[in-house]
Every structure is written in C-alpha cells, then in structure tokens.
Ligand binder design. Structure first.
Ligand SMILES: [Zn+2]
Length: 357
C-alpha cells in the first residue's frame, strides 16, 4: 500500500468529473422559487436548508447538482479530508489539522454530496478504516459523507423516506455543526457544517416535524403548464445531453455572472438592514398564521435579508419579504381541520392582508 496516492484528495480526475457532468445553474428555466431558494442559502447558509417537494421529473436534482456553480471554489487545508478552512482553524479544526497546523492550502469545488437512502450509518458518520486496520494494523478513522459535505451542501433525495435513525443523526449534526464519533473504540469530533437540501414527492410520505423544522425554506415544484416554457426546458435539456461540455461552455459567462451576484450578495449581507417596520410585518404575519415559536420570524428576517443582499439592496423592502414569505413559512403552519387550503395559499392570503396588497 505504501506510496499509493491518498484516495481522499480531489485529484484531477474528480475535479474534471464534477466540472463536466452538471447542468449549468444559469440554464435552469422556470421553477423560479426553487432557484431563488437555493441562491438565498448560498448567500446565507444560516437561513437553513431547502426542502424541495414535487412531482418527479421537474428538475429538482438537476438544480441541486448545479449548486456548486453558485459559489467560487473553497480554499482548504491541503489533503484535509474534511476540507478545513485555513482561515478558521482556531474555531474548530478536524483532528488532523489540529495536530499539524500551518499546512499548505489548495482549492476545491464547493462539495455537493449525495446521501443515498440506503446509506449505512458507517458511510454517513464515518467508521474505522478496515483496510488500514487489517493490512497495517493501524486504527484510523475513515471519514464519511458528513465530513465530505463540510462547508458545502448535503443532498438527500426522497428525504421523506429516510430512516429514522439517520434523521435523528442529521438533526443532531445540523444543529451542532459537528460530527461526534464514539464507536468501535474510536472517539473523535470533526466540523460538519453544511446546508441540508432535501427533495421528495409528497405523495410518498411525510417528513417528521423535527426534520421539517431544520429546513429554513421549502418550495413546491410542479410540472410547468406553460407551453413555451415546457419547450424551452426540453430544448435545453436535449442540447445538454447531446453535448454536456459544449453546453456548459455556452453557459459559462451566464454562470460566472450568477456566481458574481451571489458572491456580491455574501459580501453585502452583513450591511443589510431590516428596520422595525419590516420586523413588525414579519411578526404580524407569523402571529396571524399561528406559527409555533419564533423560529419562523427569525427565518423570515434572515431570508429577506439574504434576498435583499442578492438583489444588491442594503435595506430590506416589502418586495423582498413578499418574494420569500411563502417559502419560509409554508412548512411551519399547523394543519387546520376546518380548512384544507394548501398552506402556500394560506401564507399568500395572509401576506396580502398584512402588506395591504
Ligand atoms: Zn482538517
């Protein structure tokens, strides 16, 4: 085994694979709520994850896999399997960076990691590296998907069908930003901060409320009913599948422009103000809708600030609130036994009352 290259670094093959395969984000058509929600969490990961529910074949996973286009590559500690941020080592480094400070740096694309439904806990959390243990007699930790997703996105398709024990685990890690491993005689912790993206078909099952609550934003996607839009979706998809590289090249400058907008939004975000009148509108909206706790208001504030930053505004306007209210609130409403109106429609109705529009 000696002299073999470490399998965990982002070698040139992997980089090429990631760059060449995904559909360009800028080329997504329709599904404006979904693309806005993804851009908002790219600007401010603190908004929380995004839940995308809807029919099959509406481009949910295509959009998620294109997420890396929104952000510039990350500066990481060279060879670190967790992708530690060299500028933040003092605020929580992985065990290996903690032992050897001052290592070289490298850049990697923002990770977008798939968590498949059938994944074992070992694969998600990480486990004892069996090969090393058997061949070299060394007890070493092999990082899992949570480590790979650090500083990026963790994507679960059919999230509503995820097994309970994995749901519990994700809730814990998403809340603490840390993966604590105590198993097989191993004991370690490493940073695992990621934006959770879930998608699914609502007819196949419901999400547990605790998990639902972890998602800052939730969007419904439907098959487009507009004929021209449908044609455009098909034309682009077909062009991409025939020549992925050519299609990506064609969309490169649009993608670059979009990335610049997100980066600008990130820089602007700390300066964006939401005055008392906006805060009052948020509180009024949540009170009328009867949302539990104050998380809803907090998410509304954060998401509208990120939305303002994305559009280059320093002040949150009603228009920003209007754009994000449904996605921030629709999954937080209690079911009303006397009113089976779609929760998105209920939010829209109340929003119109509050904004007086
Ligand atoms: Zn590290």
């Amino acid at each position: 085994m000696a002299g073999r290259r470490r399998p965990l670094g982002p070698g040139p093959m992997m980089r090429k694979f990631e760059m060449a395969q995904s559909y360009p984000f800028a080329a997504l058509v329709g599904q404006d709520d979904m693309t806005l929600a993804l851009q908002i969490v790219a600007v401010d990961p603190a908004v929380g994850g995004v839940l995308i529910m809807g029919d099959r074949g509406t481009g949910k996973s295509t959009a998620v896999r294109a997420l890396a286009d929104l952000l510039p590559p990350l500066k990481v500690v060279a060879d670190c399997p967790y992708g530690c941020d060299p500028a933040r080592l003092s605020q929580g480094a992985c065990p290996s960076c903690g032992r050897q400070p001052g290592r070289k740096t490298e850049v990697r694309p923002v990770p977008v990691v798939d968590l498949p439904l059938g994944a074992t806990e070992d694969r998600v959390v990480g486990a004892l590296d069996l090969e090393k243990a058997l061949v070299q007699g060394v007890r070493e930790f092999a990082p899992g998907l949570l480590a790979k997703a650090h500083r990026g996105f963790l994507y679960i398709d059919e999230v509503n069908l995820l097994e309970d024990h994995l749901v519990d685990l994700l809730i814990d890690v998403a809340a603490s930003g840390e993966n604590l491993v105590e198993r097989e005689g191993l004991s370690l912790r490493h940073p695992a901060r990621f934006v959770l993206i879930g998608s699914g078909n609502p007819e196949e099952g419901e999400l547990r409320p605790q998990l639902l609550d972890r998602f800052g934003l939730s969007v419904d996607v439907k098959t487009p009913q507009d004929l021209d839009l449908r044609m455009q979706v098909i034309l682009r998809r077909d062009a991409f599948e025939r020549d992925p590289e050519g299609f990506r090249n064609e969309w490169q400058s649009a993608n670059d422009k979009l990335q610049k907008k997100v980066v600008k939004g990130r820089k602007l975000l700390p300066d964006v103000q939401a005055d008392a009148s906006i805060l009052r509108l948020c509180a009024d909206l949540c009170q009328r809708l009867g949302t539990d706790g104050l998380r809803a208001e907090l998410t509304l504030m954060r998401a509208s600030r990120a939305c303002a930053a994305l559009s280059g505004a320093r002040q949150v306007q009603k228009s920003h609130l209007r754009q994000i209210a449904v996605m921030a609130l629709r999954h937080r409403l209690r079911r009303d036994p006397l009113d089976d109106t779609d929760s998105g429609v209920r939010v829209e109705r109340t929003l119109a009352e509050v904004l007086g529009a």
